[in-house]
Design a protein around this ligand. Sequence first.
Ligand code: AMP
Length: 216
Amino acid sequence: MRTYIVLLGPPGVGKGTQAELIAKTTGLPHISSGDLFRENIKDATELGTQAQSFMNKGELVPDDLTIAMIRNRLSQPDCSQGALLDGFPRTTVQAEALEKLLAEFGGKVNFVPYITASESTLVERLSGRWTCKAQGHIFHEKYNPPKKPGVCDVDGSELYQRDDDKAETVTRRIQVYFKQTAPLIAYYRERGSLSEIDGARPIEKVTADLLAVLGK
Ligand code: AMP
């Protein structure tokens, strides 16, 4: 049986950090739509060029481009047992497209952990976030600092601050979340797959709750 997990929650709540940890325990591939877009930008693909202008403004990339990218990724052989989705879906149109796509694979969204935190926590998390250039590993200067400043603990590559983690864009991303993504809370609650988790606690406490939700 395939298992599909959708990590839901606002930007900066810790989805990426938790997804990296949970992927190890579940063995499912961690699929981050934001990481996929950033890889496309790095590789200067047509999709990367199209996505960049939206990302720089803190807006969502259009649904058709995003859905096509995820469809392609979920069709890869490493997703044969399912996947852990981080940052997708972000609109109701995407959630409906995902439902159809997973039905084609004979699967469905099994778990939707919804991680929450106050807006001030999100802003603090995003503005102190450092991301690894090679593989997108995530650190925070105060809450999860790398052993050596500016260097990724996992692969030794350089850490950088994402352009869209700057103050003006952060505010816009949070607004966009409340307007376009928050309706998915009700969408998944109605389907009985939502579990709320308080994300304003230390990383390991959130991980423990997540694993409990997943029955691990
Ligand atoms: P993230 O790394 O999840 O914070 O995503 C960074 C940016 O990528 C977002 O602000 C959007 O511009 C874009 N993006 C990521 N995932 C999606 C999605 N599911 N739908 C539309 N845009 C997305």
